[in-house]
Design a protein around this ligand. Structure first.
Ligand code: ACO
Length: 324
């Protein structure tokens, strides 16, 4: 039995932070940011707005779009690396807010690949007989962003995207998901302190180790190679070629990464759904945010072949193919 996405939803905070705003905060320029990343602006939460707030809004939309009631959910998975608190999970908070009284709930952390990892878990559970599963990618990247570090603060944004998964009525739906990880590269993108290996201390706070550190240039090269490899793996597993792909919904880290990947594959860039220009890198939220946009504006139609690919901290990388 295949699983299918029955409905999608998304939410971004109202506050817009433009490249012009960042020019007033660090030594950067609108031109540098656009040329090197493709990002023009990003959204940032209001004071007190948490990961679960964004996730709940996106989830409510997805449930409505799917015509599924919260009490029909058997499982809630929130993909995030910026949950409300270490305990309890953000998924339990969302479960309570939705009134999803029958659902088990937990968070999944696979950084920017979180949505595809969670979708793979949902797909497996649908095959065991679960009827409705909510998968949300929700991130408040602004809380782990060092707003004094120009090499990272221009990149990230906040947002959430959601999908309701259920059994497919036919042979359409999730055709494949491939997940990968290599902890050897864990130091390329990391928040060094705040967890059990380095509990928060005066020293760690003074050294700003509660914020994301990234070796951007090295990460860039590996991102292009692994995304290309994961896509080739996905196409070959389904006997598809790039010509068969109708819409490409990638994780959104940098427009140059996406252009390089498309070029290497011979995949027309016009098939790529882009939201990083408006939202920056929203980590686990970027794919479901882009997916919701493409579903709602009609780029994705019934029968469309949709290709997914992601890359992120861990390192993790993943790909997927669906027939909508
Ligand atoms: N404004 C102006 N100049 C800057 C800025 C800035 N915001 N940031 C860096 N620079 C400077 C650097 O200091 C450097 O100057 P120098 O040559 O005098 O030393 C120069 O620009 C070039 O810096 P690079 O780091 O080599 O720039 P690059 O072209 O690699 O772009 C970027 C940096 C955008 C970070 C890119 O490397 C990238 O996108 N990397 C991949 C990110 C990614 O895929 N992350 C994975 C997902 S994240 C997650 O999982 C949470």
């Amino acid at each position: 039995m295949k699983s299918q996405i029955l409905g999608t939803g998304s939410y971004v905070p109202e506050r817009v932070l433009t490249n012009g705003d960042l020019e007033r905060m660090v030594a950067t320029s609108d031109t540098w940011i656009i040329e090197r990343t493709g990002i023009r602006e990003r959204r940032v939460v209001a004071t007190g707005q948490a990961c679960s707030d964004l996730a709940t809004e996106a989830a409510q939309q997805a449930l409505k779009h799917a015509g599924v009631s919260a009490t029909d959910l058997g499982l809630i998975l929130i993909a995030t690396c910026t949950g409300d608190t270490p305990l309890p999970s953000t998924a339990c908070e969302v479960q309570e807010r939705l009134g999803a009284t029958q659902a088990a709930a937990c968070d999944i952390n696979a950084a920017c690949c979180g949505f595809l990892y969670a979708l793979a878990i949902a797909d497996a559970y649908i095959k065991t007989g679960f009827r409705h599963i909510l998968v949300v990618g929700s991130e408040v990247m602004s809380v782990i962003t060092d707003w004094t570090d120009r090499s990272t603060c221009v990149l990230f944004g906040d947002g959430a995207g959601a999908a309701v998964i259920g059994p497919s009525e036919n042979e359409d739906g999730v055709l494949s998901l491939h997940l990968h990880a290599d902890g050897h590269y864990s130091d390329l993108i990391a928040v060094p302190c705040g967890g059990s290996s380095c509990p928060p201390s005066e020293k760690s706070l003074a050294e700003r180790l509660q914020f994301i550190k990234m070796k951007g240039n090295e990460t860039f090269k590996i991102a292009v190679k692994t995304m290309e490899g994961a896509i080739r793996e996905a196409l070959s597993a389904n006997n598809l070629t790039v010509e068969d792909v109708d819409v490409f919904v990638p994780h959104q880290a940098n427009i140059r990464i996406l252009k390089a990947v498309s070029q290497r594959l011979g995949l027309p860039f016009s098939k790529t759904v882009i939201n990083l220009d408006r939202f920056g890198n929203t980590s686990a939220a970027s794919i479901p945010l882009a997916l919701d946009e493409a579903v709602k504006d009609g780029r994705i139609q019934r029968g469309s072949i949709v290709l997914f690919a992601a890359f992120g901290a861990g390192l993790t990388w993943a790909s997927g193919v669906m027939r909508w």
